[in-house]
Design a protein around this ligand. Structure first.
Ligand code: GRF
Length: 262
């Protein structure tokens, strides 16, 4: 029943913007829709000169961090291409994900929201401090792996089309503000869906609205509870998040190809 596919893939254009530059890079259309996560973008050759150059990235977390663990395991067993986890940031004190990062020998930071600020200012302030940290780590892209805060402001332009998120439903269904954790699975069951799954997508200005990179599906079984459905989907997430990073790396490589040949 599992099916991985790429969809609606706009190519990634430009690197993270230089410090102080909040202008966004442009994007070009890329092929999508192939089965098993293989797209025209992902099979194209990467530039020879850069083939072995590690690509550092940051992972943002809030909780247990099993998706982070999937990335760490993939890196350690050489299944993450050129991707290297350079930095893990949690917005929640006590998130076990931070411990996972430390156990893997990765730099791990706690960057908490300032609860004295009003909501919008709080989101912007948190995002700006995260931006400073990921820049310092020279992260080429950012993975949101169970990150519960909403990013706002310059980070979205600086890392435009270089931030990906994993969501435990088949977006655009069951996404958007307030749709996280158990609530997603409760809504799926209440709607009588027979199929659910997870989505890896590019982060844009909205919540769960950006272009979809890939999805994996699972059946919804008659006796499912939110917990049993979440568990089945979680298993697929651990595959999808690795595939999502590989897909993004491939797109970044394709951009370099286009530049090299122009
Ligand atoms: C996952 O279900 C993910 O889709 C969602 O948050 C959860 C994080 O799980 N965004 P974990 O912390 O990676 O175990």
């Amino acid at each position: 029943m599992n099916r991985a596919y790429a969809a609606d893939g706009r190519a990634i254009a430009g690197g993270p913007a230089a410090a102080g530059d909040t202008t966004a890079a442009g994007g070009a259309a890329a092929a999508g829709g192939a089965e098993n996560g293989v797209t025209a973008a992902s099979v194209a050759a990467e530039p020879a000169a850069d083939k072995n150059t590690p690509v550092p990235f940051a992972v943002l977390v809030s909780g247990n961090g099993t998706n982070l663990q999937a990335l760490l395991d993939a890196e350690r067993s050489d299944r993450l291409g050129r991707g290297r986890v350079a930095l893990v940031i949690s917005d929640r004190r006590g998130a076990y994900a931070l411990e996972r990062a430390r156990l893997a020998g990765k730099k791990a930071l706690l960057i908490e929201a300032d609860q004295n600020l009003p909501k919008e200012a709080r989101r912007r302030d948190l995002s700006d401090r995260i931006l400073a940290a990921v820049r310092e780590a020279q992260a080429e892209f950012i993975v949101l792996a169970g990150f519960l805060s909403i990013l706002k402001g310059p980070i979205l332009d600086t890392y435009r089309e270089r931030i990906i998120n994993i969501h435990p439903s088949l977006l655009p269904k069951f996404g958007g503000p307030g749709m996280y954790g158990e609530r997603v699975h409760q809504a799926v069951l209440a709607a009588g869906e027979t199929v659910s799954g997870c989505t890896v997508h590019i982060v844009d200005q909205g919540t769960d609205t950006g272009p979809i990179l890939l999805q994996r599906t699972v059946p919804v079984l008659p006796k499912d509870t939110p917990e049993s459905l979440a568990e089945r989907i979680h298993h697929e997430e651990h595959i999808a998040i690795v595939d999502g990073v590989l897909e993004l790396l491939s797109r970044l490589g394709n951009l370099d190809n286009r530049r090299a040949s122009s």
